[in-house]
Design a protein around this ligand. Structure first.
Ligand code: ARG
Length: 365
């Protein structure tokens, strides 16, 4: 069903910074497939307040806390091309079909927190947090790929990622055919040197990541902005690695989609959306060595539903890596003889982060 043109003003204004390079009303998820119903209960559509969910959807978002959704900053551009955190929008959460469906929940936004470092001219820091009028507890929350201590390296190039969005699925058709149901496409993450140094004339910064195929044919596109680029954790769970931000055209050969690198913003997000009661208390890391066998234990932190173990080689302290311990409070590993390490642990309560523990130094004999 073609989306009537009165949905166009909002779509066009999201294009404003790229008017010279992107075709107006270009299609959205290209080369993908329909998402299985109910697979992404925290996936949200940003729609005009009070408007029809299908006809006025213009961005994607994700529920990352019962009261907050994550989207792109440029989804809060108003009709004058100004950022307006008070833009009157609703979020439709957990409904795969925006026309035929009535599942999921629709909530009004009470305003957005646009990332203070966002620049419309560079597109750096393209993220915003949408505050909901009522908490939504029926959809679960999507966890973010963290943590911010590992700036610029997550997700690794070569990771397989999944983008979600609503919109035209046919780039070559003159008449856009916007699906009412959610679409998904699998895309490899590529190194910034592969897609850069610039995309659509904008430098690729450490706060951005690229995904796509050299051959083209698979991509996100206008209207998918604000939606997630997902990777899978050790237990197969979805983690948000990116936010659809911009590109040069869509699905073209040797061009890649550009996404906000979520891992660089997890501290700002936690600070903005979490009350002090929602943040876990501190924990203490104890490491014991028996030969080259290291055992890390920590007392459970109150309010935590998981822990991340950070590690870095001694003495240079870089690069920093991490292991998600999930709910486990002990962890054992065989380390190479003669190696040295730093380790510390950060408790989390979904996307609310606790303080970093003491840093342990480990010298393997
Ligand atoms: N800026 C677009 C939007 O507002 C997203 C563009 C993504 N482009 C791409 N080629 N991946 O919806």
């Amino acid at each position: 069903m073609p989306k009537p043109l009165f949905a166009a003003p909002l779509l066009l204004l999201t294009l404003a910074p790229f008017a010279a390079s992107a075709a107006p009303l270009a299609p959205t998820i290209i080369g993908g497939e329909q998402s299985p119903q109910g697979a992404y209960p925290w996936m949200a559509a940003v729609v005009v307040h009070g408007g029809n969910a299908y006809l006025t959807q213009y961005c994607g978002a994700t529920l990352i806390h019962p009261r907050w959704a994550l989207t792109a900053a440029h989804c809060f551009l108003d009709l004058n091309g100004h950022l307006n955190p008070q833009l009157a929008v609703d979020l439709v959460i957990g409904r795969s079909d925006l026309w035929y469906g009535s599942d999921g929940v629709r909530v009004e936004s009470v305003g957005a927190q646009i990332y203070p470092g966002f620049s419309l001219y560079t597109m750096d820091g393209d993220l915003a947090l949408v505050e909901l009028a009522q908490p939504v507890t029926s959809q679960g929350v999507l966890r973010l790929l963290g943590p911010s201590a590992i700036d610029g390296t997550l997700p690794a190039a070569g990771s397989s990622a999944l983008a979600l969005g609503w919109g035209d699925t046919n780039i070559s058709s003159l008449v856009e055919s916007y699906p009412s149901s959610l679409y998904q496409v699998t895309l490899p993450v590529v190194a910034s040197q592969v897609c850069g140094p610039t995309v659509a004339g904008l430098p690729i910064t450490d706060n951005m990541l690229c995904a796509g195929l050299a051959a083209g044919g698979k991509d996100t596109c206008q209207g998918d902005s604000g939606g997630p680029l997902l990777v899978q954790g050790e237990r197969g769970e979805w983690l948000q690695a990116g936010i659809t931000s911009f590109g040069e055209g869509c699905a073209e050969p040797n061009e890649y989609g550009v996404y906000t690198r979520v891992a660089n913003f997890t501290s700002w997000i936690s600070d903005t959306i979490c009350s002090s009661e929602e943040r876990p208390a501190a924990t203490q890391l104890n490491v014991t060595l028996s030969g080259n066998h290291a055992t890390a234990t920590l007392p459970a932190a109150s309010g935590a539903n998981g822990y991340r173990l950070y590690y870095a080689p001694w003495p240079q302290m870089s690069p920093v890596g991490f292991i998600d311990l999930y709910e486990q409070t002990s962890f054992a590993i065989d380390l190479p003889a003669g190696s040295g390490w730093y380790a510390a642990v950060m408790p989390y309560n979904d996307n609310c982060l606790g303080p970093l523990s003491n840093i342990e130094t480990i010298q393997v004999p």
